[in-house]
Design a protein. Structure first.
Length: 290
């Protein structure tokens, strides 16, 4: 059975110990099984205090991040590749300390609008780093998910098919495809074939509306998505993700282009999303009774 999660940016834009603890408490109160934190700076995150909060509230934890130019492992700049590998290794170590299960996101290149295609050498650089990082993660019991995002946020993985090809080339048993409905709604032809294309390589799913606001108020075809997940027997994490310019960290807000407010009540948004996701899963489960 899938764990249903909530992204920490629904609650706060900073993750000092007290803010993190409040986010964990709010996530549990909203009815979720796990919290996903944006681990943008794993060097400064207090993993000891974080583990204490996670254990206190009995919730699972995962982390996501996106690399930038200075840590771009898909770069032809050896310094950036080296810095990116160090950052990813530190993120794995933090997750190990937290008892985390997944490191996901744009961990294969810089999260930004690229002005030219990825180079073949840069692609190889990224894959070589990910093999080593994934070895470290596997030893720590942490799985790695490569998030497929839109053309304005990467020049490497925009579709599920591209991700499957990349993971196949990578050839590491601890690396999976990570799909996100917000990005799928931009790049894919529908919500069914990307899931079927990924198949048993699909390890992580982000649920986000077309405008990143309340689920069900945009154009994402969630009915088809959940039927497709059921069809492949998907039982990995399903995490709600939404951003507001009033809550999101300024650096992340600029990176993602969060320029407007689509909600003003974190608790209501999160509770609604939890019910929405669980109701979709339940509805699909009942099809077997027809």
């Amino acid at each position: 059975m899938s764990q249903i999660g909530c992204h920490g940016s629904v609650w706060t834009g900073v993750f000092d110990p007290e803010s993190f603890r409040r986010s964990v408490a709010a996530t549990v109160e909203a009815g979720y099984d796990l919290i996903e934190i944006p681990l943008l700076d794993p060097y400064s995150f207090d993993a000891t205090a974080g583990r204490k909060a996670v254990d206190e509230y009995g919730i699972a934890i995962n982390a996501s991040l996106g690399l930038d130019d200075s840590t771009d492992i898909s770069s032809d700049d050896p310094d950036a590749v080296k810095a990116g590998e160090a950052l990813l290794n530190r993120a794995v170590d933090v997750l190990d300390e937290l008892g985390g299960q997944w490191l996901v996101g744009v961990v294969y290149g810089a999260l930004k609008k690229h002005m030219r295609p990825a180079t073949a050498s840069g692609r190889r650089n990224g894959q070589e780093v990910l093999r080593r990082v994934s070895d470290r993660a596997q030893a720590a019991g942490v799985k790695v998910g490569l998030e497929v995002v839109n053309r304005y946020e990467t020049n490497i993985l925009n579709t599920s098919k591209q991700a499957v090809a990349y993971v196949t080339e990578l050839a590491h048993p601890n690396v999976y495809v990570h799909l996100d409905t917000y990005h799928m709604n931009i790049e894919e032809s529908d919500m069914m074939n990307p899931v079927l294309d990924a198949g048993d390589r699909l390890g992580y799913v982000h649920i986000g509306e077309s405008h990143r606001g309340y689920l069900g108020s945009g154009s994402v075809d969630f009915d088809t998505l959940f039927r497709s997940l059921k069809r492949i027997g998907y039982d990995g994490p399903i995490t709600f993700e939404s951003f507001s310019s009033a809550v999101v960290d300024e650096k992340l807000s600029y990176m993602l282009g969060v320029w407007r407010n689509l909600w003003d009540d974190s608790s209501d948004l999160a509770a609604h999303a939890n019910d929405f996701i669980r109701n979709k899963i339940r509805a699909v489960d009942t099809i077997s009774l027809h």
